[in-house]
Design a binder for this molecule. Structure first.
Ligand SMILES: [Zn+2]
Length: 400
């Protein structure tokens, strides 16, 4: 992959530092590698958005590390217009949280809290800021609000007399890096899963630039995830300004803030070839946002594909109606007509004097997106996640 790159002088240098995010009982330092590419000073007036990409916040969701590897390899030889920061192994505790042959790493083992629900946003700071900046230019709003968000994190990290949990200390330090950037991509995977994208509703068009066939449009509601902790403050600021009679656009021009959770497929897997394709998909989006320059008009164009989407309220979890052993039947990514089997459940305890096989189907046409990683489930296990009330994304203007 990218063999020629080895023989040429790279356009961009990569710097590396280790960020200290905590320490263990024995004094061992918890560190996260931070790779940076700096854009050369730009002669044009345009301010291009800077980028932050992290991977592996959930321990078993390792494919994002391979995507960051491929991005670094590709980006070395691409003209970049703005700074790009890449952070693999974002959560050193989750990453190393093994049990037998499996990686756990979805929940902090001490508190039980999901590692991706620990980020910070205090909505109460928005209204006073908006009132204070009602007559400010966009560039002042952008700079001052960003500084406010960074100060908020600094306050939590460094001036919190009662301290922080291990998880929040990691999360807030990552969030501080993310707040410095305009575009944020948090790379995850499902358990056994198709590729899908969480995209805020205010920048729906951006979903067309990722080579990802399923998108979930999410509202302005903060539940502790990184993507939300980045876009909710700006989105809420936009809405608050609107109520006060001031219009700002947070997805283009000077402000230009977008953040996504990119679900790359299944957990516990590294596939460098697929990672290369995923890196190209991200470059297509970054090219659209003018972060990188193409050498030919065709370079970095998104693939033509059927892109399905649904709103978050229609992204449904299906919980197992009974305990048992699951034969997962439904294919990912294809509409499954109502009444067609989603899975069948084997109950050998019933063999001979009851039903050993139970077929499971839904009364609505859905698109299965992911399923539970194990075949043995308790009653109430989240078996599948599916798109209901889905639709096809309109294609972009062909002159992209
Ligand atoms: Zn995840």
């Amino acid at each position: 992959m990218n063999q020629n790159a080895k023989n040429r002088t790279p356009k961009n240098q990569v710097s590396k530092e280790l960020m200290h995010v905590g320490e263990m009982a024995s004094g061992v330092q918890l560190t996260v590698p931070v790779y940076r590419m700096k854009a050369l000073p730009n002669s044009n007036e345009e301010k291009n958005p800077s980028v932050y990409i992290q991977a592996n916040m959930h321990g078993a969701e390792v494919q994002g590390n391979a995507v960051i590897f491929q991005l670094l390899e590709l980006l070395k030889d691409i003209k970049i217009n703005s700074d790009i920061t890449l952070v693999p192994y974002a959560n050193p505790v989750g990453c190393n949280h093994k049990n037998g042959e499996y990686t756990l790493g979805r929940f902090d083992p001490i508190t039980g809290v999901n590692w991706n629900r620990m980020y910070y946003f205090d909505e109460s700071v928005i209204e006073p800021f908006a009132k204070q900046h009602i007559d400010s230019e966009d560039s002042i709003v952008e700079a001052n609000f960003k500084q406010l968000l960074l100060n908020e994190i600094d306050q939590q990290l460094n001036h919190n007399i009662y301290g922080l949990t291990t998880g929040k200390r990691i999360a807030f330090q990552l969030q501080r890096l993310a707040h410095h950037a305009d575009i944020v991509l948090d790379l995850h995977t499902g358990p056994i899963s198709s590729k899908h994208l969480y995209c805020p509703e205010y920048c729906k068009k951006s979903a067309n630039y990722f080579d990802i066939p399923h998108t979930i449009f999410i509202p302005n509601s903060f539940d502790g995830a990184l993507d939300e902790s980045i876009f909710c403050p700006w989105w809420t600021l936009q809405e608050t300004f609107k109520k006060l009679g001031k219009e700002i656009d947070i997805s283009q021009g000077i402000i230009n803030k977008e953040s996504f959770t990119v679900e790359l497929g299944s957990q516990e897997q590294i596939d460098l070839k697929v990672a290369y394709e995923d890196a190209l998909s991200i470059l297509s989006y970054l090219h659209h946002k003018k972060v990188i320059e193409a050498e030919t008009p065709e370079q970095f164009l998104p693939q033509t594909m059927l892109r399905y989407a649904c709103y978050l309220k229609d992204y449904k979890s299906f919980y197992s109606p009974m305990g048992g052993m699951i034969d997962y039947l439904a294919e990912f990514g294809k509409p499954l007509p109502a009444g067609e089997p989603l899975a069948r459940i084997l109950r050998m305890d019933n063999y001979g004097d009851g039903e050993a096989i139970h077929n499971i189907s839904l009364e609505q046409t859905v698109i299965p997106i992911l399923h539970f990683a194990s075949a043995s489930v308790n009653q109430g296990t989240e078996l599948y996640k599916v798109f209901s009330n889905y639709f096809i994304l309109p294609e972009l203007d062909s002159k992209i």
